[in-house]
Every structure is written in structure tokens, then in C-alpha cells.
Design a protein around this ligand. Structure first.
Ligand code: HAM
Length: 426
């Protein structure tokens, strides 16, 4: 028996049926991003490993366990990007940060993390990210939340997602807090599982958003992060919450929300859904005002977000939102006998010249007529054009309207005019 060739675990192929939802999502996302003046940026999938080490954090799960890293022929360590923010910052520094100030970018593409695959969690997944540079005003934090909320509304899922938001203060606040947290948790170290024990000494901050119920109980008595946040950050966060309320966006102030990447400060947020069984965060982001500096440039404030496209598609599919079927084909051309092939191909080219937006399928298969008609139906074609010797002799073409179940013999000239009546905006 031949050995079956499979894709790499956690990396998936997406066929046209699934991409129908993806395309609708992408179209909506791009429209909304455009309306907020975000511009597209395309970035390499491979980056030097060092830039991730300097920014994401040496002791984060991503850096410790999830990177796809390898050496190139010259021995340079390269990594498949696990996320888009760091590469975007590297790119704007390379381009010259001064021309980037107060600019908004978006990108869409695959990211790679060696995680344990399950529904909504993959080793190759797609993110649509948005990043804003050079704006330190709270207004931009609000604008990003308004933008993401608008996306959900346009997609019709605003009632199925909720915003969780927190402030993690400055990096100094974090250091002070981590010291106190470790002191507190050491008393309970014997109760912690192996992973939490390790985190206690490597990345105690991440213990706050643990899923371990024992640790969750212990953390109820732990010092609170909010008591270590500096006055400016705290007051800004309170102002931001008020601004969000004015715009009628419901939120949950989640003091345990800290994010899995080390570059954040102040505002952090996640949009979550209860509909996906696991992996319920569909979008996440926050401020990262020190990241540009960490990569060697002058301090530049920055904030961004990224949406997990697979998770969003799962949610939309489970809600059956885009239930209307999309025509795969507009016009399906069937010819009978090889002698009529040339005429059919020529006709299809003429139609494409006049109606470039239409999808025209010429059936070159050897199937019989009824099989070909069935195929046209399964392709959701609107009209079938049938070319047999009779049709050519009589200079008449049989046109079948599959929607209204009618048919008619017309001349080629009439056909060219009639097509317009079947399709909008052609
Ligand atoms: P992140 O939370 O690591 O943040 O990822 C953002 C989103 O990508 C998640 O909320 C989730 O929807 C999706 N995602 C992450 N990992 C996976 C996976 N293994 N499989 C499927 N989907 C996944 C970032 O990546 C930051 N760069 C976001 C950001 C942009 N912050 C500021 N600017």
C-alpha cells in the first residue's frame, strides 16, 4: 500500500469551501482598517532569532518552547515568526523611524508556534495585526478598541464577544510586583505543579493567568497587581475606562490579564468568546512603548492588536452567520462533441472581454450531458450555455436559467446583451 503523505501536525490546508468564510472576513477587516487609515505592510516570514529573544522575553513559553528556529547555510540562527509585532517594528526601524511617526499599519499572514495542536490552536495559524507608532495619547488606545468593536459589529458577532481589559503599568511596576508575588508564592511552593514552580523563578507574572485551579485559589490571597501600578498609569487607565463607557462598549476589568509576551506595558486587552469550546481569545493586544527602544531606536510609543483568523472563522461558522451560498461559477458552458470546443472557448473569451467580473467555467470533461448539468448545479452556476452542432448550425445558443428553471434559444448577439440582466454590477 502506498504511504499517505500528510501535512505537518498542526498545519492545515484550506480548501475553497473554507476560504469562502475567510475571504468574507478578510474583506470586512480590510474595509474597516481602511476606514481608520491603516495601510498594508508585507513582512518576511523568517527573521533573525535574536530579535525575538530581545523583545518577546527569554522566559516566555513562545521563546522557550514554541519557536521554529534553525541555522542557515552560514550558521545564522533564523526563526519562523511566532507573531507579527516584532517583525513590524524591525521593518519600521530599518525603513527609518522618523518617516513612520503617527502611522498605522496592518498585516495578514501565517505565524508559527510549536504548540500542542487542538481546535483553535495550531502550529501554523493566520493573524491579521494592526500596529500604530508614535502616538502616546490614550485616544489611540480607545480608537483601537472602537476599531475592533466595529469589526465585530460588521461581522455580526458583537453579541458573542466580550472585551477584557487591564493595565499592567510600567516595566518598573512589573519588577516590583513580581518580587512581592514571588515572596508570597514561595510559601505555597510545595503545592504548585512543576510548570508553575518553574514559572515562579522564570516568569512569575504569567502565573496570574494560570488555568490551574489550585493556584487560582492561592492567588486569591496574593498581592494585587493594581496596588503596584504607578499613579500616572493608574489614572490613565481609569480615564480610558470612562472613555470606553462613553462609547457603550461593555468590558470586564480583568486584573489577572497579563498577556504571554513580555513587551507590553500599561493597557492590555483581549476579545473573548464563549462560543468556541477552547481557545476562546479571538483578538489580543496592548501598548508596547519600549519595544522600539529595545531594538535599538529612540523610544517610540506604540500599540497594536492581532486577530486569530482561524478562531474568528470557527466562531462565525458555529454561529452560521454567512449561511448564504456563494455562486462559485456565474456562467457554465457545456459543449457537445469536440467539434464545438473551439466555438465554446471563443465564446467564453468574448464574454470575459465584455464582462471581466464574471466567473465563466468551460466544462472540458468527457462526461455526458446530464452529468455536466448536475455539475453546473453543484457549482451553483446561475446560467448554463449549451453548444451543440444544432446550435452552431442554427446560429442559436441554448441558455438555461438554473434559478428560474427556464430556457431559451438566442443568438450570440442577444446572449451578450442578455447576460447583463442576470448579474448585478457587471
Ligand atoms: P497573541 O495573543 O500571542 O498576541 O496572539 C494574537 C491572537 O492570535 C490570539 O488572540 C489568537 O486569536 C491568535 N493565536 C495565537 N496563537 C494561536 C495558535 N497557536 N493557533 C491559532 N491562533 C492563535 C500577539 O501575537 C501580539 N503580536 C498581538 C499584538 C499586536 N500586540 C500588539 N500588537
Amino acid at each position: 500500500m502506498k504511504k499517505k503523505i500528510n501535512s505537518i501536525r498542526g498545519m492545515h490546508d484550506y480548501f475553497p469551501e473554507e476560504l469562502t468564510i475567510w475571504k468574507k472576513i478578510e474583506k470586512t477587516l480590510k474595509e474597516v482598517l481602511n476606514s481608520y487609515c491603516y495601510q498594508e505592510i508585507r513582512l518576511p516570514i523568517l527573521e533573525p532569532t535574536s530579535i525575538f529573544k530581545r523583545t518577546i522575553g527569554d522566559v516566555t513559553d513562545i521563546l522557550k518552547k514554541e519557536m521554529y528556529s534553525f541555522s542557515d547555510k552560514k550558521g545564522n540562527s533564523l526563526s519562523l515568526r511566532p507573531e507579527g509585532t516584532v517583525g513590524c517594528v524591525r521593518a519600521i526601524i530599518q525603513k527609518g523611524i522618523s518617516c513612520i511617526k503617527n502611522k498605522r499599519f496592518w498585516y495578514l499572514g501565517p505565524m508559527f508556534r510549536y504548540e500542542r495542536p487542538q481546535s483553535g490552536r495550531y502550529r501554523q495559524f493566520y493573524q491579521l495585526g494592526g500596529e500604530v507608532f508614535g502616538c502616546d495619547k490614550l485616544d489611540i488606545d480607545l480608537e483601537i478598541l472602537l476599531l475592533t468593536f466595529r469589526l465585530w459589529k460588521k461581522l455580526g458577532i458583537e453579541n458573542y464577544v466580550k472585551l477584557e481589559i487591564n493595565t499592567i503599568g510600567s516595566l518598573n511596576d512589573r519588577v516590583k510586583y513580581e518580587k512581592e508575588l514571588v515572596l508570597f508564592l514561595k510559601k505555597y511552593e510545595y503545592l504548585l505543579n512543576q510548570e508553575s514552580k518553574e514559572r515562579l523563578y522564570t516568569n512569575p507574572f504569567r502565573l496570574l493567568d494560570t488555568k490551574d485551579i489550585h493556584l487560582k485559589k492561592i492567588l486569591k490571597k496574593a498581592p494585587l497587581l493594581k496596588n503596584y501600578i504607578n499613579d500616572i498609569s493608574r489614572s490613565n487607565f481609569n480615564k480610558l475606562l470612562k472613555m470606553i463607557e462613553l462609547h457603550d462598549i461593555k468590558y470586564i476589568y480583568n486584573q489577572k490579564l497579563v498577556r504571554g509576551l513580555d513587551y507590553y506595558n500599561d493597557t492590555v486587552f483581549e476579545w473573548k468568546t464563549n462560543e468556541n469550546k477552547s481557545q476562546n481569545t479571538i483578538c489580543a493586544g496592548g501598548r508596547y512603548d519600549t519595544l522600539v527602544e529595545k531594538l535599538g531606536e529612540n523610544k517610540t510609543s506604540a500599540i497594536g492588536f492581532a486577530i486569530g483568523i482561524e478562531r474568528l472563522a470557527l466562531l462565525i461558522k458555529s454561529l452560521n452567520i454567512f449561511s448564504d451560498k456563494i455562486e462559485n461559477v456565474n456562467i457554465y458552458i457545456i459543449f457537445i462533441g469536440d467539434l464545438n470546443k473551439n466555438y465554446s472557448v471563443n465564446l467564453s473569451e468574448k464574454i470575459r472581454n465584455v464582462y471581466p467580473k464574471l466567473k465563466i467555467f468551460v466544462d472540458f470533461s468527457n462526461c455526458n450531458l446530464s452529468k455536466k448539468i448536475k455539475n453546473a448545479v453543484s457549482f451553483l452556476a446561475r446560467i448554463v450555455i449549451l453548444i451543440g452542432s444544432n446550435e452552431i448550425e442554427k446560429k442559436c445558443i441554448l441558455i438555461k436559467d438554473l434559478k428560474n428553471k427556464t430556457e431559451d434559444y438566442i443568438s450570440e448577439r442577444e446572449l451578450m446583451l442578455k447576460i447583463k440582466t442576470f448579474f448585478k454590477n457587471v
